[in-house]
Design a protein around this ligand. Structure first.
Ligand SMILES: [Zn+2]
Ligand SMILES: [Zn+2]
Length: 325
């Protein structure tokens, strides 16, 4: 039996925020100063930790500038020192340029012995196509050694520590135009493992993403469904604070025009699959990667908000504006 004091402490913890998110880039392309990237820190007693991890890295420097402007970081933050000392690891969902460009451009100024975290396939792209001393200098472990690679195994169901941080991570595969793989990271706090967030890179819907076998038969790998099943226990225990997931386009696209992405309709369809396992009213759904097409953002907000009454809790992040979870 837990004592009354322990119960009260647990209850206070459940109400007080656990994670601090700094959106450094929220757009799904084209805007080179606002490409997908989110910094994540843990919060203790309402104070964010000074140690961050980056979830994708399309835009880094300008995002930090915007965070200072929005007072989400202290006014006297030195951006170079912040990048060097406070961002400890870079978690990359897939190798597309819009997820790594800001990171790569800031490599020359970064501090040694940090980690790049991802699927083997993603690390391979970074190594072979960026760090090949042609497209870019080799900042990896076989070159200047600024970064080590932390390759995560999607078949493992245990989380592993991210070096230099108070976070553990587990990876899941996603389809981003089959057979190209993207991934999702489940980040949990090591000391209070009761709390976690789920971050998804680009993904198409399960019903659209099909793999082709050598005999030309197709099948659906169903990665989102597998992911939903894996996180359901966390939702049931009220441990999962948020799901970051993409909505690239407004409704009205045919499924052969999705290019490995979601629309509001497809997102709701996927979230309804998740909701069959457990209700998700307490989980914030943070919408990422909206393509900067005319009115897309407003249209997507309208299309998703019309479903809010159904028990979804959507958040539309703004570059530089901190989010408490
Ligand atoms: Zn993208
Ligand atoms: Zn992509």
């Amino acid at each position: 039996m837990k004592s009354a004091i322990e119960m009260k402490a647990m209850h206070t913890r459940m109400l007080s925020p656990s994670f601090y998110v700094l959106p450094l880039g929220t757009s799904g392309g084209l805007e080179e100063d606002n490409l997908s990237s989110y910094l994540l820190a843990s919060i203790n007693d309402y104070i964010p930790s000074s140690t961050y991890i980056a979830l994708d890295c399309g835009t880094i420097r300008h995002g930090i500038e915007m965070a200072i402007e929005h007072k989400s970081l202290p006014e006297d933050t030195d951006i170079d020192v912040f990048i060097r000392n406070q961002i400890k690891a870079y978690l990359i969902s897939h190798g597309h340029l819009d997820r790594v460009s800001g990171f790569l451009l800031n490599n020359p100024n970064d501090k040694a012995e940090k980690v790049i975290v991802g699927l083997n396939e993603t690390i391979q792209i970074i190594q072979d196509h960026y760090y090949n001393n042609k497209a870019w200098i080799n900042f990896g472990p076989t070159g200047l050694k600024t970064y080590n690679y932390q390759i995560l195994d999607p078949f493992s169901s245990t989380s592993v520590p991210i070096p230099g941080t108070d976070f553990d991570v587990r990876i899941f595969r996603l389809c981003h135009i089959c057979p190209f793989l993207s991934s999702a990271f489940l980040i949990s706090r090591r000391t209070y493992s009761s709390e976690a967030v789920l971050y998804l890179g680009d993904t198409g819907p399960d019903d659209v993403e099909k793999m082709t076998l050598p005999n030309n038969r197709t099948y659906s790998p169903g990665y989102l469904k597998q992911l939903w099943q894996a996180i359901t226990p966390l939702i049931a225990e009220r441990k999962l604070k948020a799901i970051f997931i993409e909505v690239s386009y407004p409704n009205g696209r045919s499924s052969n025009q999705l290019f490995g992405h979601l629309t509001p309709e497809w997102l709701l369809k996927e979230l309804n699959v998740l909701r069959r396992y457990h209700k998700i009213n307490n989980v914030k759904i943070i919408i990422t990667h909206i393509k900067p097409e005319k009115n897309a953002r407003n249209t997507i907000i309208k299309e998703l908000n019309s479903a809010t009454s159904l028990g979804f809790n959507f958040v539309f992040p703004t570059q530089g504006r901190g989010i408490w979870l």
